[in-house]
Design a protein around this ligand. Structure first.
Ligand SMILES: [Zn+2]
Length: 66
């Protein structure tokens, strides 16, 4: 279960209306209204403990391989 940062509703993983990435954290919004609200003021709703950290693979040096 993940929490919609705008309305606080708990959403089933995969059932979110949309997932928006903001400053490296993915937030799941339940409906177009919450999406619009989040996009209007992402800083007000972005809480890293609510969202899911986006993991990025470490960049490897491309010229190291032989
Ligand atoms: Zn919502």
């Amino acid at each position: 279960m993940i929490t919609d940062p705008v309305c606080g509703k708990r959403i089933n993983r995969g059932k979110a209306h949309i997932v928006i990435e903001h400053e490296g954290v993915a937030y799941s919004l339940c409906c177009p209204l919450c999406q619009a609200e989040f996009e209007r003021a992402p800083a007000a709703y972005a809480k890293p403990d609510v969202g899911k950290k986006v993991r990025r693979k470490p960049v490897r040096h491309p010229y190291r391989e032989r």
